[in-house]
Write a protein that binds this ligand. Structure first.
Ligand SMILES: C[S@@+](CC[C@H](N)C(=O)[O-])C[C@H]1O[C@@H](n2cnc3c(N)ncnc32)[C@H](O)[C@@H]1O
Ligand code: SF4
Length: 345
């Protein structure tokens, strides 16, 4: 087995690799199909390739695979949380959610996270490494194979900051949406970021059809500085400027995530401040009652406070919804994912 990760190659990269091996171009299509349509795990299974070529591939490349180390199923709503073990023994989590309009998989993009948001379990032990494109693809392929159901949408909202792993995430999206593979339209993909401004400009240039979600969680710098260290580098005004640029460049509306923390950011005046900042952006605000993480000490307000916040935003002309909670009994909600099984720690 070779040392190069063939499943992470985009189709054009695979065409180049095939040319370098002195092979005819059509081999690239065959190999890509085996990896991303039929999703085989060994070169031996690529039955329409000559044995000599399979041997050649095996010498130079490997086919990534991940293993389900643990699967938890919610008794409330059937949500499934997977603890996946990667080739090097590191673990990440993914969550399969079933909605009326189809199945959505929330995937991890890094082993851990270095962004340090105070309310988030994924960052508690820092960042170990980025995930490769093939590992992100395998989160999807493995959930599909295990559940026997198609994944209709993917959200990059698990462990990690996707824009801190930019190149691998871009390769992942290219392969995921390739018609020769899973062929999942980027219109069914949401990428969530804590707000890496430079990368938002970079992403805008690509004009992808995905939905960008920005984790805002505060109406001003004073509050945001307390819980999100990234805000010290990119203040809210700079972040929202990048969001406006993104909207203009792509025509895609941005969704803002706002986790309501009791007594911190959930007063009606915070809603008014938020509405004033988002005016004219066609923005959608997703309100999330902050999820409990033992180490954080943050608590959510009661339902009435959350609804009051939503109504205030709506009254001021900002579209706002309250996120439906899935998998509450298996710690599968936003910010509760870890790179180790909490029960095993
Ligand atoms: C875990 S992050 C991963 C994606 C990216 N790093 C980000 O921050 O947007 C996904 C979403 O969960 C939110 N989140 C983190 N901890 C949370 C908590 N305890 N309660 C509710 N949402 C939380 C994040 O702010 C973000 O909107
Ligand atoms: S909320 Fe996102 S960026 Fe912040 S620590 Fe968690 S995973 Fe990282």
């Amino acid at each position: 087995m070779g040392g190069l990760d063939l499943k992470s190659y985009t189709f054009p990269e695979l065409e180049t690799a095939v040319a370098e091996l002195g092979l005819p171009r059509f081999r690239a299509g065959q190999i890509f199909g085996w990896l991303h349509e039929k999703r085989v795990s060994t070169f031996a299974e690529m039955s329409n390739l000559p044995a000599s070529l399979r041997g050649q591939l095996d010498e130079k490349f490997y086919i990534n695979a991940i293993r389900i180390k643990k699967r938890l199923v919610s008794n409330i709503d059937g949500t499934v949380k997977y603890l996946y073990e990667l080739r090097d023994g590191n673990c990440v989590e993914a969550v399969l959610m079933r909605y009326r309009h189809g199945n959505s998989l929330c995937i991890s993009t890094q082993v851990g996270c270095r962004m340090g948001c105070k309310f988030c379990a994924s960052t508690l032990a820092g960042r170990v490494r980025d995930l490769t494109a093939s590992e992100m693809l395998d989160e999807v392929y493995t959930a599909q194979a295990d559940s026997g159901e198609r994944v209709d949408g993917v959200v990059l909202m698990g462990i990690g900051e996707p824009l801190d792993n930019f190149d691998n995430v871009m390769a992942f999206l290219e392969i995921l949406s390739d018609a020769r593979g899973l062929n999942l339209s980027l219109r069914h993909v949401s990428l969530s970021t804590c707000g890496l401004v430079d990368r938002i400009y970079e992403l805008a240039k690509r004009k992808l059809q995905l939905t960008l979600s920005v984790s805002l969680h505060a109406p001003n710098d004073t509050i945001r500085n307390l819980s999100m260290p990234i805000n010290k580098k990119y203040h809210i005004d700079r972040l929202l400027e990048a969001c406006r640029d993104y909207f203009e460049a792509t025509g895609r509306r941005i969704s803002f995530e706002y986790a309501l923390i009791a007594g911190v950011n959930d007063a009606p005046e915070h809603a008014a401040e938020l509405a004033a900042r988002l005016r004219g952006m066609g923005a959608h605000v997703n309100l999330i009652p902050v999820n409990p993480v033992a180490e954080t000490g943050y608590r959510r307000g009661d339902r009435a406070a959350i609804e009051r916040f939503q109504h205030e935003l709506q009254r001021l002309g900002v579209n706002a919804t309250i996120r439906r909670e899935l998998g509450a009994d298996i710690s599968a909600a936003c910010g509760q994912l870890r790179r180790q099984d909490a029960a095993l720690e």
